[in-house]
Ligand binder design. Structure first.
Ligand SMILES: C[S@@+](CC[C@H](N)C(=O)[O-])C[C@H]1O[C@@H](n2cnc3c(N)ncnc32)[C@H](O)[C@@H]1O
Length: 254
């Protein structure tokens, strides 16, 4: 799937979450809830990692969940398949066993467009976590984040295009698209569209604090001078340079 190949790196995502939880709690997490799971690729990676891991993957849309059922679940061992549940639900209304980890990656929570909506979601996550549970999420920023621009990444057999089509500073809302271009010059325009609020990191931190999380940590990547790109190693830090673009991971502890 083009989206999974361009946008996600579930192995790296789970490496970070697994090691950071262990660092914070001194033991392995077991039950992980993946919010806004789409095709639940990350949950599949979680249940593959250890026999004690279980996952609940939540999305409102039955279509990506169906795709997961048809394409990802058959690739799991029968044992791993039994430890994953796909649930069509609103992430704010999930009931059941309390997870050690709740994961909201790829900025999906930016669809909550005002403080009341995002704060409500953060409070519901905190309530649903097990004692000592950790909420992991990501964010992005930098001065390019607010600009109208297109950014193309070559993946060999296709080009991924991230299109920041419009931004309204009054509402803080932004329209973005993902397009794909192919070597035969054909295109898949607006394969995915996102209408969301461009939250700043400080706003996110304030809302997590107001939601009652006891400790929130930000993690940033190092820089690899040879490749001229971020090096994929996330370390805790409370400063980020005023660069054009950066990514952040956050852990928020119950
Ligand atoms: C951009 S996709 C994220 C896919 C995947 N998590 C990733 O990391 O790439 C966002 C998903 O959020 C889902 N979604 C939006 N609002 C939701 C809500 N309130 N509850 C559950 N899922 C929601 C959409 O159906 C969509 O599949």
């Amino acid at each position: 799937m083009l989206y999974e190949r361009s946008v996600q790196c579930v192995e790296a995502e789970i490496d970070f979450v697994d090691a950071t939880y262990r660092g914070l709690r001194g033991r392995n997490a077991r039950l992980l809830r993946e919010d806004f799971c789409g095709t639940a690729n990350t949950s599949c990676e979680w249940v593959r990692r250890r026999r004690t891991n279980g996952a609940l993957a939540v999305d409102l849309d039955p279509e990506p969940l169906g795709w997961c059922r048809d394409h990802h679940l058959p690739e799991l061992t029968p044992g791993a398949r039994r430890r994953i549940e796909l649930r069509q639900a609103d992430v704010r209304k999930v009931r059941g066993a309390a997870p050690d980890i709740v994961l909201a990656m790829n900025f999906s929570y930016y669809i909550f467009k005002d403080r009341r909506a995002l704060g409500g979601y953060f409070r519901s996550v905190r309530r649903s976590l097990a004692e000592g549970g950790v909420f992991f999420l990501d964010g992005y920023g930098g001065y390019d984040a607010f600009r109208v621009l297109e950014e193309a990444t070559d993946h060999g057999d296709f080009t991924y295009v991230w299109d920041q089509a419009s931004y309204n500073a009054v509402t803080g809302e932004m329209q973005c698209y993902i397009h794909f271009r192919f070597p035969d010059r054909s295109r898949l325009q607006q394969a995915f569209g996102y209408h969301w609020r461009l939250w700043t990191l400080k706003e996110i931190l304030e809302l997590l604090d107001e939601a009652g999380f006891s400790r929130v940590t930000t993690y940033f990547q190092g820089w690899d001078d040879d490749s001229g790109e971020a090096d994929g190693h996330w370390t805790a830090g409370d400063r980020v340079d005023a660069d054009a673009g950066w990514l952040v991971h956050l852990s928020a502890e119950k």
